[in-house]
Design a protein around this ligand. Structure first.
Ligand SMILES: [Zn+2]
Length: 281
């Protein structure tokens, strides 16, 4: 049985839900309840048979954790076991989603989650008229969900695994989002983004201007960002931000820059060079 089969089998299985609730209950009661036999039987039936005979919840958690998450990172105690199981499993499915080439090299493809995501909630049609794709991509132990339009490039992202807050001293480890809640949040930010009705030119100008050189390393984008940014500062079109993430700064800067013919031309040229790959009207 592979991860995908395991996932399909357990995702909406009532018994497995009960099992997960019991795990959480045991966790809350600090491992003192013994695991009833029928739960062990359920796990055996589900092929998670490493668990057979184990009555200590920490051991169970470790085993299922090892089964799903070879690096065995610590999990926030506020993450229900079911949420952890679902997300850890999707990470493994996403990691397996590879395309191999003749010389045994491969690339990891994003996991298309569009159909399932649309069965959870509504993703509005993009302002350009295309339906968004919902994809998952995984890197080491992280999982990022993305709603994106293949035609105009509009996209929003959401992390499904993230660290507990630095300030929360009562908890540590990684938080695993509930899949459905996470998809709903992703749909929310996508629908809000679409509702803004920002033009492709305006959005590209904004993204290029605020391009983060620390995070992104595309030399073409970085070069263009530098050109636009120096143009803005040197010509006193808009002041430098007082601090790096000043609220509303890039929106105002973009509006000002959209009034400058030369800057707009740079962005238009970039779009003209980079848009032919996208779906034609
Ligand atoms: Zn679009």
């Amino acid at each position: 049985m592979d991860y995908k089969e395991l996932f399909t089998k357990l995702y909406s299985d009532k018994c497995f839900h009960n099992f997960c609730n019991m795990v959480d209950q045991l966790k809350r009661e600090e491992n003192k309840i013994e695991l009833p036999c029928d739960t062990a039987l359920l796990l055996i039936a589900a092929n998670v048979d490493y668990i057979k005979g184990n009555e200590n919840i920490d051991a169970i958690h470790m085993l299922v954790k090892n089964y799903l998450n070879p690096n065995g990172r610590s999990i926030s105690k506020n993450t229900p076991f079911y949420d952890y199981f679902v997300i850890a499993n999707i990470i493994l499915i996403a990691m397996d989603n590879k395309k191999y080439f003749e010389d045994d090299k491969f690339i990891q493809l994003p996991l298309d989650f569009t159909v399932s995501a649309n069965s959870i909630c509504k993703f509005d049609t993009c302002s350009c008229g295309y339906k968004p794709k919902i994809i998952f991509s995984s890197f080491i132990n992280s999982l990022t969900g993305k709603a994106m339009c293949k035609k105009c490039g509009l996209s929003v992202k959401k992390m499904f695994v993230h660290e507990t807050s630095f300030f929360d001293k009562s908890d540590n480890g990684e938080i695993y989002e509930n899949l459905e809640e996470g998809i709903k949040k992703l749909a929310d930010s996508w629908n809000k983004e679409v509702a803004k009705g920002e033009s492709i030119l305006h959005r590209t100008m904004r993204e290029l201007l605020s391009y983060d050189a620390e995070v992104c390393v595309d030399p073409i984008l970085y070069d263009l960002h530098q050109k636009l940014y120096s143009y803005m500062v040197d010509n006193n079109i808009y002041k430098k931000p007082n601090y790096w993430n000043e609220r509303g700064y890039w929106e105002t800067a973009t509006d000002k820059m959209m009034e400058c013919g030369e800057a707009v031309k740079l962005v238009e040229y970039y779009l003209w060079e980079n848009m032919p790959n996208r779906i034609a009207d």
